[in-house]
Design a protein around this ligand. Structure first.
Ligand code: AN7
Length: 351
C-alpha cells in the first residue's frame, strides 16, 4: 500500500479528527538498521539497532511531531507559527509551514546553528530571527509571544508535537515484533524521551507489548537533568542539545523513573568518537547530538550493563549532512595527487 505519512499510518492513536487532511511530507517509516559491525566494535553482548531519523524529509525526527502540530494549527485556522530552536525544529517548522501555506517565525541562538539547518530555515521561507542568547532565552521569548499573540507555538511544549513523535516507538515495535529491552537517545529539551515513552506505554496498554528501560544522554556541558539544576551557560559541540533548562524536564524524570531507566553524561570527545564510529562501521552519517545515544551505550557496555538477551535501540535523531563543519574538523584531510595515473596509483598503494 502507498505510504502516506505518520498521521495516515497511526491516525487512531492521534488526537486529530478522522477527516482532518494531514499536512505531510511523508515523514516517518524510517530505517531500523541492525548494527552488527558496531556491536562488535563496542564488544557488546546485546543486539543493537539504529533508528535512523535522519532519513526524515527535513533530516530529523522533528518531522513526526511537526506534521501533527501543523495539521492541528491549520484545523484551528492559525495564520502563523513560531518556535525557538537549536536548528532542527526550525528547519522542520519552516518546511511544514511552507507546505501548509502558513507564515513561520523562528528564533535562534546566534552563531550556534549548524550551517545546513540555517540554510533549511531560510530556503523554506521562514522569517529567521537571531538573538544574542541561548536556546533557553529563545524559548522564554517564544512562550511570551504565544501568550500575547495568536501565533501558534510549535515547540514540543505543544502537545501535538509529542503525539506525532511517539509514532517512532510504534514503528520500532512493529518492525521488531515487540519492544526492545532498552532504548537509548539524546536528551536536549526532553520532548523526544517523553514522546518515545508515551508511545511504548500506549502501544503496550493496547497490544500487551513490554516496556523498555529508557536511557537518556546529555552532553557534559549541557546536562541539567543529570546534575539536577538549570545550566545557565550550556556548551557542547552537539549544538542541537545545547540546552540548559529543558521544557519537558518533569516528563523526562517520569519516563526514567517509570521505565527503571537512567540518564547519563557524555563528553564532546565521546560524542565525536561515536559519530565517526557509527559512520565508519555502519555507513550511517548522523549529527553529533544523535551520536550521544551510542556514546552513552558504549559507556554502559563497558560497565557490563547488558546480556545476550537484550536488544538496544539507539535513535539517531538527525542527519550528519546538516553539520558538515563539525564532521570535517580534526579529521584526516584528503590526499593530493597530480592529475596523472601513476601519482594516483602510488597514493592508493594497491597491487
Ligand atoms: C538532532 O531543534 O531542541 O530532547 O530546537 O535536534 O526532544 O529536545 C533539537 C533537539 C536530539 C534533543 N537530537 O531532543 C531544536 C531542538 C537532535 C536534536 C535533540 C534535538 P529533545
Amino acid at each position: 500500500m502507498k505510504y502516506s505519512g505518520v498521521i495516515s499510518r497511526y491516525r487512531e492513536y492521534l488526537p486529530l479528527p478522522g477527516d482532518a487532511e494531514p499536512i505531510t511530507l511523508l515523514e516517518g517509516n524510517t530505517p531500523l538498521i541492525e548494527a552488527d559491525n558496531l556491536r562488535r566494535a563496542l564488544g557488546a553482548p546485546c543486539k543493537i539497532f539504529l533508528k535512523f531519523e535522519g532519513a526524515n524529509p527535513t533530516g530529523s525526527f522533528k518531522d513526526r511531531g511537526m506534521t501533527v502540530a501543523m495539521t492541528k494549527a491549520v484545523l484551528d485556522r492559525a495564520e502563523a507559527v513560531i518556535c525557538a530552536s537549536t536548528g532542527n525544529t526550525s528547519a522542520s517548522a519552516a518546511a511544514y509551514a511552507a507546505k501548509a501555506g502558513l507564515n513561520a517565525f523562528v528564533v535562534l541562538p546566534k552563531g550556534k546553528i549548524a550551517v545546513g539547518k540555517m540554510a533549511q530555515a531560510l530556503i523554506y521561507g521562514a522569517k529567521v530571527i537571531e538573538i544574542d542568547g541561548n536556546f533557553d532565552d529563545a524559548l522564554r521569548i517564544v512562550r511570551e509571544i504565544g501568550e500575547k499573540t495568536k501565533v501558534v507555538i510549535v515547540n514540543s511544549i505543544n502537545p501535538f508535537r509529542i503525539e506525532g513523535q511517539k509514532t517512532a516507538s510504534f514503528e520500532i515495535i512493529e518492525t521488531l515484533g515487540g519492544a526492545p529491552t532498552h532504548h537509548s537517545l539524546p536528551v536536549g529539551n526532553a520532548g523526544n524521551i517523553t514522546a518515545y515513552w508515551k508511545g511504548y506505554v500506549e502501544w503496550g496498554a493496547k497490544h500487551g507489548t513490554s516496556l523498555p528501560k529508557m536511557l537518556g544522554f546529555q552532553a557534559a556541558g549541557a546536562a541539567p537533568i543529570v546534575r539536577g539544576k538549570v545550566v545557565k551557560h550550556p556548551e557542547t559541540v552537539a549544538t542541537a542539545i545545547r540546552i540548559g533548562n529543558p521544557a519537558s524536564w518533569k516528563q523526562a524524570d517520569q519516563a526514567l523513573e517509570e521505565s527503571d531507566g537512567q540518564i547519563g553524561i557524555v563528553t564532546d570527545k565521546q560524542i565525536l568518537f561515536a559519530q565517526r564510529l557509527i559512520a565508519s562501521t555502519e555507513g550511517i552519517f548522523c549529527e553529533p547530538a544523535s551520536a550521544s545515544s551510542v556514546a552513552g551505550l558504549k559507556k554502559l557496555v563497558a560497565k557490563g550493563c547488558f546480556t545476550q538477551k537484550d536488544t538496544v535501540v539507539c535513535t539517531l535523531t538527525g542527519n550528519g549532512l546538516k553539520d558538515p563543519d563539525t564532521a570535517s574538523r580534526d579529521i584526516k584531510p584528503p590526499l593530493r595527487a597530480k592529475p596523472v595515473l601513476n601519482d594516483v596509483l602510488k597514493l592508493m598503494n594497491v597491487k
